[in-house]
Design a protein around this ligand. Sequence first.
Ligand code: 6CS
Length: 280
Amino acid sequence: MKLKGILIAGGVSLLTLASLAYAADDKLTQLRQQGFARIAIANEPPFTAVGADGKVTGAAPDVARAVFKKLGVNDVVASVSEYGAMIPGLAAGRHDAIAAGLFMTPQRCAAVAYSQPVLCAVEAFAVKKGNTKSIKTYDEIAKDSKAVIGVEGGTTEQKLATAANIPTDRVIIVPDGQSGLKMLQDGRIDVFALPLLSITDLLSKAKDPNLESIAPVQNTPVQCDGVAFRKQDTALRDAFDVELKKMKESGEFAKIVEPYGFSAKAAMSTSREKLCAAKN
Ligand code: 6CS
């Protein structure tokens, strides 16, 4: 009786494990059959970009496309989303992954399954030339009762502004980088905050001699993203990480990210575990 009992119990647990394993691999099988992975992006060069012809580029989609190809998923199909809507969209099944420079924070790490790090960046401010209010940090904005900062909704810059206790009536939420720069040019905000490479791209396109950048913003951390998957898709995430690691070791990863201005070394010298534990 005892042996039979063990066999039945054993049989059930093996069956359960097999079905769990099948379900986990199911997502990768589904993407292979679908022929593409639906990714959320923000259209914030050089992290992510959508050309006039609709072509999706940027360091994050290019890395994701290369890794998915090695997993037998031929391409990525991108949809533009505000940062604050990306994780809800992933959870709702509108995206298969987020490849947008969505930096790892403890809160986001609790909500998604991140790959290992891909793109790392320092924080920057875009300000009027001469920085009339001589703003250099989030704390200085908080202390100057007349200073107004623009940030995009759901971003780490919004989080940094909140952490510096800048009153909400002096934190203006803008939909995208171009709107933020326009508000700065029109004097409706004194500072527009994004990662340095994004600010540099915006300023280079605006060609406005009255604007300049301040970077790195003092007392802000270097932040890194990873490709974000649904919590239940850890088998897909793990398979992604295996190929990402090979690309980092072969030099292929650096060949993709460094022409965009990102440091491969920065991403390779940290880890998801460290970034998800960071108190920033
Ligand atoms: O993850 C974020 O919130 C940040 N990532 C990018 C690429 N831009 C906005 C924000 O800094």
